[in-house]
Write a protein that binds this ligand. Sequence first.
Ligand code: ZN
Length: 154
Amino acid sequence: MSRAPLPSWLLRALQVLGMAWALPNTALGLIAGGVCLARGAHAHVSTRDLAIVFHGVPFGPGGALTLGNVILHTGHTLDEPCQTYAHRAGHGEQPRILLADHERAHVYQYMVLGVLFLPLYGLCGGISVRNRFERAADCYALHGAGWWPWTRSQ
Ligand SMILES: [Zn+2]
């Protein structure tokens, strides 16, 4: 059974509330992004991802990190294919996903959980296939739904 979509005005109002609730995390992301800008990164607003995306981030092992409505990315486009956590961990073959879709799921998670995101993410295992936040983000990237970490199938 599918649900009717929210009216656009209600969706927009909820997005604004979510962005406000995620603002402390977004501020951390903007500070980190500002440091990266000074070291050669560039930024743009992605309305699709509801985020300010910093590309060419010169730190980290590669990939992307979402902080509120900010995505920090070492590459130059989020529209690059990548493997799911389960695939990388050898838990079965899965099709490749778009990094943008995975990170957008984290933006949605932040907009619901706000300042609770980082402590809950840490309690759920951090950057790991065991973490329900990562499995949910991969589920969303694979199927276009299921970004909420406590969905029954997670
Ligand atoms: Zn992730």
